[in-house]
Design a protein around this ligand. Structure first.
Ligand code: HEM
Length: 447
């Protein structure tokens, strides 16, 4: 086994590179990606990190030798809200859950949600009449929309019942978890600080609502099949085991959170880029007119909305919602001949890989055409990986892609979005990548 030494990015003798990373994480990781050839180590305060940007080395960790890696420390605050769901669990427990849940997200089942996705979008834009001709922030609208879609497809919520409180309340809980990610010193949750007490109280209310919904469903099934029904029926093919109420609760929370903010960000950045590139928006509108001919989008149109999909892929290349992926090595390893220690902290940044000029021509430019079907074959799976890769790849990727194509189609049929040149979008890279100050665009009715 080769035993090469990992190149070191030096930093301040006390804090290492901590200040650079805290000040501007995207800028710092992008410059390290350009400066080093695929692997580098640096010290973040007292912790050493191995940063990977070469697709071959990323594949080694996420796919080839994935059994040697568990989720990184960055996921810990999420556990407070999501419990032991698919996103945050590891090892045998994760594998069993994944085996049960993967079939539920198979294309043949999720197509049944297409009409709901369209309906939610149509309902959203009813209110946009008063915004026509004006500049408005599209980000909160995309958040509201994707939350509505995940709520309706997961729990068949109807605004009058308790289930409709789950999504918004989870947002508040995530705010608490995010503050813990930001905090340099993490105050233990058992301390009776008012924020901790408030968090626990709210968490209990949400847990009780979800458990209550699950219990009721055990005796009275809903009138149409939603994701919760599917999860309740799902079985481990090998053992025939099903999920307990507690596991179901954690997975419901996980899918709510994993499934709406990421999609809202991707949609928002797609609109931003379209507004900045009128010639691409024109091509997008032409596709909608050609494929839909003025009709309401349906599942059968989705495969034909090829340029719409290219726009989504290019938006996720430039602004990957899951901008950072972290792993912790269980045992020592050799990554492309570089030796790593037991418990090594591995960091991978899709944002910087997606913009690496070594991998992409005109890397900073918005060119949806680079994702044309024929060209896709030449793109390395770990040079473009907005949904991750290997066995822990996003379980909801088909759901998300279908949702984004339908949402863009319903809105693009009716509206043009024009850039507001006075508004400079700032990025907020935290758990997901989101616009810090919103994305302002002018809403123009298509004639
Ligand atoms: C544009 C939208 C989305 C993006 C960019 C995205 C991205 C990702 C990424 C990168 C991972 C892997 C993280 C890692 O390896 O550490 C992941 C995992 C996951 N995603 Fe998504 N996701 C999206 C939408 C969704 C949706 C719509 C759902 C569900 C409805 C979902 C559910 C999950 C779950 C449950 C996991 C954990 C899978 C596992 O570890 O087995 N995601 N997502």
């Amino acid at each position: 086994m080769e035993n090469k030494k990992i190149p070191v990015r030096k930093g301040n003798w006390v804090l290492g590179i901590a200040l650079d990373l805290i000040r501007d994480p995207l800028g710092f990781l992008t410059s390290v990606t350009k400066e080093f050839s695929g692997i580098v180590t640096y010290r973040f305060a007292s912790r050493y990190v191995v940063f990977l940007s070469d697709p071959k080395l990323i594949k080694h960790v996420m796919q080839t030798n994935n059994k040697n890696y568990r989720k990184g420390l960055q996921y810990e605050p999420l556990k407070l809200v999501l419990g032991n769901g698919l996103l945050t669990s590891d090892g045998g427990f994760w594998l069993r859950q994944r085996r049960i849940i993967t079939p539920v997200f198979h294309k043949k089942y999720i197509v049944s949600f297409a009409d709901q996705m369209v309906l939610s979008t149509q309902n959203l834009i009813v209110d946009w009449k008063k915004e026509e001709g004006k500049v408005f922030d599209i980000y909160p609208h995309m958040m509201q929309l994707t939350l509505d879609i995940v709520g309706k497809t997961m729990l068949s919520t109807n605004v009058k019942d308790k289930a409709s409180a789950v999504g918004p309340a989870l947002g508040v809980l995530m705010g608490f978890a995010i503050n813990r990610v930001r905090a340099i010193v993490k105050i233990p949750l058992w301390l009776p600080r008012s924020a901790n007490v408030r968090f626990k109280k709210k968490k209990k209310i949400i847990d009780d609502i979800v458990v209550d919904i699950i219990k009721k469903r055990r005796t009275t099934p809903s009138d149409h099949l939603d994701l919760l029904d599917m999860l309740m029926k799902a079985k481990d093919e090998e053992t025939g085991e099903q999920m307990t109420d507690k596991q179901l609760k954690d997975e419901v929370m996980t899918i709510f959170i994993a499934g709406h903010e990421t999609t809202a960000s991707a949609l928002t950045f797609a609109w931003l880029l379209l507004s900045q590139h009128p010639e691409k928006q024109k091509k997008f509108n032409e596709e909608l007119d050609r494929v839909l001919g003025g009709k309401t989008p349906k599942m059968e149109h989705v495969p034909q909305l090829e340029y719409t999909l290219q726009i989504i892929n290019e938006a996720m290349r430039l602004y990957p919602p899951a901008w950072i992926v972290a792993r912790r090595g269980i045992n020592e390893d050799s990554i492309g001949g570089y030796k790593t220690e037991k418990n090594a902290n591995i960091l991978i940044c899709p944002y910087s890989v997606h913009r690496d000029p070594k991998l992409w021509q005109n890397a900073e430019e918005f060119i949806p055409e680079r994702f044309e079907k024929e060209k896709m074959k030449n793109i390395d799976k770990f040079a473009f990986f907005p949904f991750g890769g290997g066995p822990r790849m996003c379980v909801g990727n088909n759901f998300a892609l279908m949702e984004m194509q339908l949402v863009l189609a319903v809105i693009g049929q009716k509206y043009l979005l024009e850039e507001d040149k006075t508004h400079v979008v700032k990025l907020d890279p935290l758990i997901t990548l989101r616009p810090n100050n919103g994305v302002k665009v002018r809403l123009v009715k298509r004639t």
